[in-house]
Design a protein around this ligand. Structure first.
Ligand code: S3P
Length: 177
């Protein structure tokens, strides 16, 4: 294993409700790495909730703030970066993620996603899509970009957060050995 400073970031991407934040916490608990929780950082800095940013400033504004944060975070190493579900949709974001990071795509079915976040009003992108069909449509639309961004794809179905964290770390270590 290389020097600590040489360890790349673990960048978690995936649709809303695929467990990015929970798995980031499990990784942090197990391996002591620091987490950058992007949506939370954006809310803190903008002093506004994500739904309020979308409603009051618009989604283009949110996407610009998101890109700026990714550019800032790529200067760090050995961190867990838990990104928002729309972050891999812009090519420049993906380029920045890969600068110092390995990108792990968390995958779940539309049914699982609906059960987890279908009724969560904190996710404005789901407005008008709060059904398995609505989620499935957006998931299919985004999947080519998610897959193109991913270095590794991890299914989260029927696994605990700790199991997934260990799976990611095994992969991550093997990319550094
Ligand atoms: C978004 C996902 C959200 C948040 C914003 C937009 C998206 O993050 O960044 O509401 O476009 O998929 P989570 O994936 O953490 O819910």
């Amino acid at each position: 294993m290389n020097n600590q400073n040489e360890i790349k970031n673990i960048v978690l991407i995936g649709f809303m409700g695929t467990g990015k934040s929970t798995i980031a916490k499990a990784l942090s608990n197990l391996y002591g790495m620091k987490i950058a929780e992007m949506d939370q950082l954006i809310e803190e800095r903008e002093e506004m909730s994500i739904p309020d940013i979308f409603a009051q400033k618009g989604d283009a504004y949110f996407r610009t703030v998101e890109t700026n944060l990714i550019l800032e975070l790529q200067q760090h190493k050995n961190m867990i970066i838990s990104s928002g579900g729309g972050a891999p949709l812009r090519e420049e974001n993906v380029k920045a993620m890969k600068q110092n990071g390995i990108v792990y795509l968390l995958n779940a079915s539309a049914e699982t996603i609906f059960a987890r976040v279908g009724q969560d009003l904190h996710r404005p992108v789901l407005n008008g899509r709060r059904s398995v069909e609505g989620i499935s449509e957006l998931l299919d639309q985004r999947m080519p970009k998610y897959r193109a961004a991913a270095d590794y794809v991890i299914s989260i179905e029927n696994k605990t957060a700790a199991e997934i964290a260990k799976e990611i770390m095994r992969q991550h270590r093997s990319t550094h050995s």
